[in-house]
Design a binder for this molecule. Structure first.
Ligand SMILES: Nc1ncnc2c1ncn2[C@@H]1O[C@H](COP(=O)(O)OP(=O)(O)OP(=O)(O)O)[C@@H](O)[C@H]1O
Ligand SMILES: [Mg+2]
Length: 322
């Protein structure tokens, strides 16, 4: 029996479920264990038991136990636009659902106090948010995505009274909720460059920002402004998405371009940021979204547009999963 096998066999069965790797070389046994779900004293106990068990193996002179971080390394992606109504929320939902289908543990934070939409888009509009003490418990959806929304914290119609510090506190409550093993939080920002965006950038520095625009010039000018904000805060731009690009008439099959064509891609090129893809303007997307069935949840032709964008986001995050 090799010494490494002897080291492995020395680990008590009740602890082996937490052990991620065991190495043995030159008298040194190195054990990596997952203490993510343990409190501090239980983690210390785990370490001690591993050291004792492995330390008694013949030939082992030293035991090094590395406990994996208590906190899941969680990345934050912001979805923004300069202009309202361009499809940030729709994109956020579908990116989240597409990534969840690939096995990424995704949460959605709806940071739009004036028009929260994620609970509706993810089919949990009627669920009340739960809390343990002051910590909010994200709502689980049928798509494997967890969600928390500003809309769950405020009474409908009261949003208008919310200003700076309150907005910041509410955002913090959402971001610091009990996200558990969630690896990626996608934040659906309100349009423009206000309090929520500033708090988001200053306090919860995103790993990157996805900026949505429609093809027309006015929306693009606003998108540029949103990108400037991210850049000033040194948040990398993952890329630009063109939404509502081209309208395929369901009656006659003609493709028209109510908002122009290709503007976002050209803008991305001239600004030196990646172009992540375009999503057509389609009745099916709106209808599916409004009924809490994101197009990516079912393998529809419209879902495919979002999936392509989600794959690029996964690549950016180093989360490319099969
Ligand atoms: N590609 C699309 N085809 C058809 N309808 C779409 C498409 N994208 C978004 N919509 C619809 O357009 C409306 C606005 O979209 P959405 O709420 O995602 O935009 P937003 O940028 O988040 O808006 P706001 O600035 O108000 O938060 C919604 O009714 C949505 O269903
Ligand atoms: Mg929105």
């Amino acid at each position: 029996m090799s010494s490494e096998t002897a080291v492995k066999e020395a680990i008590p069965a009740e602890l082996s479920g937490m052990v991620r790797s065991v190495k043995f070389a030159d008298g040194v046994a190195t054990i990596i264990a997952d203490a993510g779900s343990l409190g501090r004293s239980a983690a210390a106990q785990l370490q001690k038991e591993l050291e004792e068990a492995v330390g008694s193996v013949a030939g082992v002179e030293e035991v090094r136990v590395a406990l994996m971080a208590d906190k899941v390394a969680r990345q934050v992606i912001a979805v923004g636009s300069g202009k309202g109504g361009v499809g940030k929320s729709t994109l956020t939902t579908n990116l989240a659902v597409a990534l969840a289908k690939k096995g990424v543990k995704v949460g959605v934070v709806d940071a739009d106090i004036y028009g929260p939409s994620q609970p509706l888009l993810l089919g949990v509009a009627n669920e009340k948010v739960r809390a343990e003490g002051k910590t909010l418990i994200p709502t689980q959806t049928e798509f494997g995505v967890k969600v928390l929304s500003m809309g769950q914290l405020i009474e409908p119609g009261k949003a208008i009274a919310w200003r700076g510090p309150m907005v910041g506190q509410a955002l913090a409550q959402l971001m610091e909720a009990d996200w558990g093993d969630t690896e990626l939080l996608i934040v659906d920002l309100p349009p423009g460059t206000g309090d929520v965006q500033l708090t988001m950038l200053q306090k919860f520095k995103p790993a990157g920002a996805v900026v949505v625009s429609t093809p027309q010039d006015l929306a693009l000018i606003d998108a540029t402004r949103a990108m400037d904000l991210f850049r000033q805060a040194q948040v990398p731009i993952v890329g630009l998405v063109e939404n509502m690009a081209g309208y395929l008439c369901p009656e006659c099959g003609t493709l028209s371009n109510p908002f122009g064509q290709g503007g976002t891609e050209a803008a991305a090129q001239s600004m030196g940021v990646p172009f992540l893809g375009r999503v057509p303007l389609a009745m099916e997307i709106r209808v599916a979204s409004d009924t809490g069935q994101p197009p990516t949840a079912n393998d529809t032709q419209y879902g495919a547009h979002f999936v392509g964008i989600a794959e690029q986001l996964a690549g950016f995050l180093g989360m490319a999963k099969g």
